[in-house]
Design a protein around this ligand. Structure first.
Ligand SMILES: *Cc1c(COP(=O)(O)O)cnc(C)c1O
Length: 224
């Protein structure tokens, strides 16, 4: 039933240049689909709902790296801490603070990306460019005790307008580079720029993405 997964995964892999990582976005797909991708060598999986992720973890091998990519409600943080290789979707300072305090409590270090909002839709979550730049210039990250900010994640506007998509990714990349190249911040390991999904990953890679999150092109359409 999931015979096409290996083939589609291979096709996606071949379309991605060396140096760009792939997160297989498996949300809403059954564990059998994830196993097909795992058996074809995929180790990084992305999920967007805490309950679904927690249900899948014990059904998959231990060497899977789980990326959380959905909007994270503050009341779910405690359950998620210690389960992820990377939380890509940290969208407020409050959430970041909570992840940090829960990580201290659990005795783990949590790796995160900050989500940047540049798309036109109001519905998308994330820091604005101004908020993010202020967060770093005011050196607020220095108060984190058990959270490592590894970079940024962002999405382009949901449109067919290639220029618009390119501009959105360019804006996210510019913000990323500004922070990463500011030696005065003294950041270490701020090196991940997660941009691009099934339909816009080539544009994202062209704008400097080094991590793409691909669901539909690997697993097929989701049934919500
Ligand atoms: C669902 C999702 C994806 C994958 O989208 P596809 O179009 O299926 O590749 C990528 N990133 C985020 C944040 C998502 O929620």
């Amino acid at each position: 039933m999931y015979t096409r997964v290996a083939e589609q995964l291979d096709e996606v892999r071949r379309s991605i240049p060396a140096g760009v990582g792939l997160v297989a976005v498996s949300k809403f797909h059954p564990v059998e689909a994830l196993r097909a991708a795992y058996d074809a060598g995929q180790r990084r999986f992305g999920e967007s709902r805490v309950q679904e992720l927690l249900a899948k973890i014990p059904q998959m091998p231990d060497d899977v790296e789980w990326h959380f990519i959905g909007h994270l409600q503050t009341n779910k943080v405690r359950q998620l801490i210690g389960k992820t290789a990377l939380i890509e979707s940290v969208d407020t300072e409050r959430l970041l603070g909570l992840i940090d305090s829960e990580s201290v409590r659990a005795g783990v270090v949590t790796r995160v990306l900050l989500q940047l909002h540049v798309a036109k839709e109001e519905t998308k979550f994330g820091f604005s460019v101004d908020e993010l730049e202020a967060y770093f210039s005011e050196r607020k990250f220095e108060s984190l005790q058990a959270t490592h900010i590894c970079g940024l994640m962002g999405m382009a506007s949901n449109t067919d307008d290639t220029c618009r998509i390119t501009d959105d990714f360019a804006a996210i990349a510019a913000c990323f580079n500004k922070i990463r190249n500011d030696a005065s911040l003294g950041l270490r390991g701020f090196d991940t720029l997660s941009m691009g999904m099934s339909d816009d990953r080539d544009i994202a890679i062209g704008q400097g993405s080094n991590l793409v999150r691909v669901g539909t092109a690997i697993f097929g359409a989701r049934e919500y």
